[in-house]
Design a protein around this ligand. Structure first.
Ligand code: PLP
Length: 449
């Protein structure tokens, strides 16, 4: 029998019987049954509305159900649902033109994928073929996706169960002043020492063995660490000196999240390859890709590029990207993200930090903020240990539950909550979210020393 999709019980029963969920012990989860969503909110079957301060997985940059994008998907579905990647089609060409028009520098060719991890896989393949070298360097505090090379490049503990020694991946430390791996006390020291550490790592790996260095322009899931002035330019210079391909992963930071089209725009840095997904079309239809420099694209002028996907540049995905980018430009959505960050979230979070002993630091830009929760502000001991689970994670679980009870859907990772609403969030919604966060933080304060 068909489950009645209108009833919570039927949805939950079919879900528990047949859906195998990501990153979860299947017997220990109780997924919320979602009945609908619009703008900055989604709701369940019991009439509870949640202000989405997570943008799902930090992807609904234009909010839920933007009418222009919904209409574009409908129109494209009526016209041409699918076509193989080898053909030239209007909507794919237009999506590529609009993306290339916004990516930094000469990143003018777009290879389309179905999401972020596949973008990273293909960027790595391009870098290895372009340089003829095997290794790729990435930072410990990073997430690059869950497929083979992408999960090996990832620095967070999700890598551990999938780690393979043969991946050719070397991890190093990126800059993060609050928990400085270099015992630095100023941004300038952190920047200089992080660049020196990268140079040292390269010297001992052998720069001639390194195809690429991949960085999230602003590391996302790992903690929204805005890089110090000069760091990205320094990495660019190191890459140039050693003939290493510089890859910026903008899967999370791109398409308005930081208050610019791409986070790289804040520092005027142009990588050789830039990976994107999520915000390109807010995830209305799966889409990602790699923006490719003229030099790397030229490597494959005469030589075939040995990679492809059945759904590369899928018409429905591309139609939603075209409509998303147009809507973002027409409605000033990137500018809104910048303004909300500067006028509301930045000042509001700093004010919360003053009043709540559990807040060690707030940092970010645009609609991309991290609140670092600590047991002890003086020692900066995290509210829960790195990669805590079960009882050890109870303080964060209590904080998360308090948010949800109040109607705020938070993004939580380890000892942090990330304030990452849609780029379309209104000033009122942002203020309301901060008020709910204020209440929920008292649950975290209870676990401070
Ligand atoms: N790269 C970054 C920076 C990400 O944040 C993510 C996902 O969160 C990915 C890559 C992987 O993207 P996807 O989940 O679409 O494969």
């Amino acid at each position: 029998t068909q489950p009645d999709p209108r009833t919570k019980a039927a949805v939950k029963a079919a879900d528990r019987a047949h859906v195998f969920h990501s990153w979860s012990a299947q017997g220990l989860i109780d997924p919320l049954a979602v009945a609908g969503a619009e703008g900055s909110y989604f709701w369940d079957y019991d009439g509870n509305r949640y202000l989405d301060f997570s943008s799902q997985l930090v992807n609904t940059n234009i909010g839920h159900q933007h009418p222009k994008v919904v209409a574009a998907v409908r129109e494209q579905a009526a016209k041409l649902c699918t076509i193989a990647p080898g053909f030239a089609v209007d909507v794919r060409a237009e999506a590529a033109r609009l993306i290339a028009g916004r990516t930094p520098g000469d990143l003018d060719k777009i290879f389309f994928t179905n999401g972020g991890a596949e973008a990273v896989e293909n960027a790595v393949r391009m870098a290895r073929l372009h340089t003829g070298r095997p290794k790729v360097l990435s930072t410990y505090r990073s997430y690059h996706g869950a497929t083979a090379a992408a999960i090996n490049l990832t620095g967070d503990p999700r890598r551990w169960p999938s780690d393979t020694a043969s991946a050719g991946v070397v991890h190093f430390w990126g800059p993060f002043l609050y928990r400085s791996p270099f015992h630095a006390e100023t941004e300038e020291q952190e920047c200089a020492r992080a660049l020196r550490h990268l140079e040292d790592t390269l010297a001992f790996e052998g720069p001639g063995t390194v195809a690429a260095i991949i960085l999230e322009t602003v590391p996302g899931t790992a903690g929204i660490m805005v890089p110090p002035a000069g760091y990205l330019a320094g990495v660019r210079e190191i890459c140039d000196r050693h003939g290493i391909v510089f890859v910026l992963d903008e899967v999370m930071a791109g398409f308005g999240r930081t208050g610019r089209w791409f986070a790289a725009d804040h520092w005027d840095v142009t990588p050789d390859l830039l990976t994107f997904a999520k915000g390109v079309n807010s995830g209305y239809v799966p889409l990602g890709g790699v923006a490719i420099s003229a030099e790397i694209a030229a490597t494959f002028d005469e030589r075939p590029y040995p990679g492809g996907l059945t759904y590369s540049g899928h018409p429905l995905a591309c139609a939603s990207a075209v409509a998303t980018i147009e809507a973002m430009a027409e409605e000033g959505i990137v500018e809104n993200a910048a303004r909300i960050g500067e006028d509301v979230l930045g000042p509001g979070l700093r004010e919360l930090a003053e009043r709540h002993p559990s807040v060690g630091e707030v940092r970010g830009l645009g609609v991309f903020w991290a609140v670092e929760l600590v047991r002890d502000r003086a020692t900066r001991e995290p509210l829960v240990p790195y990669n805590a689970s079960g009882e050890a994670n109870a303080p964060m679980a209590a904080f998360t539950a308090a948010c949800k009870k109040s109607g705020l859907w938070p993004f939580v990772n380890m000892n942090r909550t990330h304030v990452v609403p849609p780029c379309t969030v209104s000033e009122d919604e942002a203020r309301q979210g901060l008020a709910l966060l204020d209440e929920a933080l008292t649950a975290a304060d209870a676990h401070t020393v």
